[in-house]
Design a protein. Sequence first.
Length: 138
Amino acid sequence: MTAVEFGLEWMDGSCAKSKGNVEHLKAMSLKAELAEKQTELAERERQLRRRETDLEARESRLEADRADLTALRVKTRQRAEEAAEALQRAEKQEKQNEERKQQLDERERILKRHEDLRKMDVPADRAKRLDMLKSLDF
């Protein structure tokens, strides 16, 4: 450092009153530098701790989000399976209803034929009536 920086000389070249020797001024300057560096170091440490805290919070949020996504996937899969099962049950029920309808239609057709046969009282139609009765499966 120069004499101006230590306060021993003015910028115009004249000498200032000496308040101590050069070693004392150098020591004071070094102490000031040390204090400044310690302040910078403390600020960096605070920033580092804040970043670490932010990272930990972010990691915990990510972990919670992952857990939520996993739970959502499980629920979605369960709902899809339940919907597929419900669809299969509905299709099975629809098939059973269709079969019942066909059976009822067949019974109705048979009963109508039987009723038509009862209405035939004419002897000429008896042969026809017997043929119709034989064709029916009771």
